[in-house]
Design a protein around this ligand. Structure first.
Ligand SMILES: C[S@@+](CC[C@H](N)C(=O)[O-])C[C@H]1O[C@@H](n2cnc3c(N)ncnc32)[C@H](O)[C@@H]1O
Length: 209
């Protein structure tokens, strides 16, 4: 927890929140992959100190594979020593790989069944959000599922305190979310037991999009 708060103070733009996500949000974010039968290929982007990573690792079975992409080296060192090393010792045959770099630069093959995304899209310029979104959708197989989270009501709370540039950003971001919802199948689940409460947003990739 302290490690996360410290990194958030150092760089709030990429960290995006002050507290790590709760176990309840981690459960919602990983619900579909826990219910999946058969081998699964998973990508997690922006794990931070690893609340979703731990939930994903618990759901891994023999032929699954799991790629993790994290930009912040302090978080990468923490993930390796506290979470991934102990997991590899217990499950040497399961393929788990940490890529210490930005998702924009990560050499990934694609074909993912599940993408779990912890990126703070609200903090990014719209063009970066759109390009990462499109990259993640392209990395999924048809019918694959991406889950990301958004803090509940954050745009409504921010609106009176930001200038016209900020409001224009929110308007364009909302328009982009609506076009994504039209192109794919999108559902939302509110998780109250998180600080602040958040929606887990699931996008199922339509064939050929
Ligand atoms: C809001 S935090 C979420 C952390 C964790 N998933 C959680 O929910 O507690 C966002 C994380 O995304 C990482 N991040 C930001 N931009 C990134 C990028 N372009 N590529 C990969 N990771 C990135 C940050 O370093 C941070 O760990």
């Amino acid at each position: 927890m302290l490690k996360f708060v410290h990194q958030a103070i150092r760089d709030i733009r990429t960290t995006g929140s002050v507290f790590p996500s709760s176990p309840a949000l981690a459960k919602a974010m990983t619900r579909s992959l826990r219910n999946h039968r058969g081998a699964k290929k998973i990508l997690e982007v922006g794990p931070g100190t690893g609340p979703f990573t731990s939930a994903i690792l618990e759901a891994l079975r023999g032929h699954d594979s799991f790629d993790i992409v994290e930009l912040n080296n302090v978080f990468c060192a923490h993930l390796e020593s506290r979470i991934l090393k102990p997991f590899r010792t217990r499950h040497p045959s399961i393929n788990v790989k940490l890529h210490a770099m930005a998702i924009e630069a990560a050499p990934l093959e694609g074909g993912y069944d599940f993408v779990i995304c912890g990126l703070p899209f609200n903090n990014f310029p719209l063009e970066l959000t759109q390009s990462i979104f499109n990259q993640l959708i392209a990395l999924m197989r048809d019918g694959g599922e991406m889950t990301y989270f958004e803090y509940a009501g954050v745009r409504t709370i921010k609106r009176p305190f930001i200038g016209s540039g900020g409001r224009e950003h929110i308007r364009r971001f909302d328009a982009f979310r609506q076009s994504t919802a039209k192109a794919h199948m999108v559902t939302r689940q509110l998780v109250v037991a998180n600080l602040p409460p958040a929606h887990a947003v699931r996008i199922i990739k339509r064939q050929g999009v």
